[in-house]
Design a protein around this ligand. Structure first.
Ligand code: GRF
Length: 187
């Protein structure tokens, strides 16, 4: 199966997916990276790996329909089967949701439905919860609201900082996401 990864940032999850393909844990072709940030480090990773990428600036388009139409062209050109969101900071619109129904998944750094949206790690610390975690879910039109596929908890210690919790969450994500993607692609 051909997958496209969407990332706006550093792309450490993108890298974990690349590594899982290389070591055989994930049987997939990473055929495209899509990024809405032309300076995203994820793009450097794609270049380094020889993975084609499509980078765009949303404000250069009249609306979401217009830039998603461009993305859709790229996805069709690469015969993409699944869209994997990995730190993509935009809501997916009806253009892509309709064409890829049930074929878009996301990873979120909390135990949804707790702490959806931006800065889930900061939200968990502010709420002083003792446990947070990671969720992989199907994407629908809402913000982090689609059906849950997998979750893993993380304990929050008395001395937790944003950096330390982020590091714990990342290391869980990097194991969990490739494994869940593999299951979904093979089912
Ligand atoms: C991850 O924590 C993911 O859960 C969230 O955005 C972050 C992306 O990190 N959706 P990275 O760019 O993969 O390092």
């Amino acid at each position: 199966k051909n997958i496209a990864v969407f990332a706006s940032g550093s792309g450490s999850n993108f890298q974990a997916i690349i590594d899982a393909v290389k070591n055989g844990e994930l049987e997939a072709n990473i055929s495209l990276l899509v990024s809405d940030k032309v300076g995203a480090f994820a793009i450097e990773r794609a270049k380094g790996e020889g993975i084609p990428f499509f980078a765009f600036t949303a404000k250069e388009y009249a609306n979401k329909e217009e830039y998603e139409a461009e993305i859709l062209k790229e996805l069709k050109d690469k015969e993409i089967d699944f869209i994997i969101l990995a730190g993509y900071m935009r809501l997916i619109g009806s253009t892509l949701l309709t064409e890829f129904e049930g074929k878009i998944i996301n990873i979120h750094p909390s135990l949804l439905p707790a702490f959806p949206g931006k800065d889930a790690i900061g939200q968990a610390l502010d709420a002083k919860v003792k446990v947070s975690g990671v969720t992989v879910h199907y994407v629908d039109a809402g913000m982090d609201t689609g059906p849950i596929i997998a979750q893993k908890p993380v304990e929050i210690s008395e001395v937790e900082t944003k950096e330390s919790l982020q590091a714990k969450i990342h290391s869980i994500e990097h194991e969990l996401y490739p494994a869940v993607i593999q299951k979904i692609l093979q089912s």
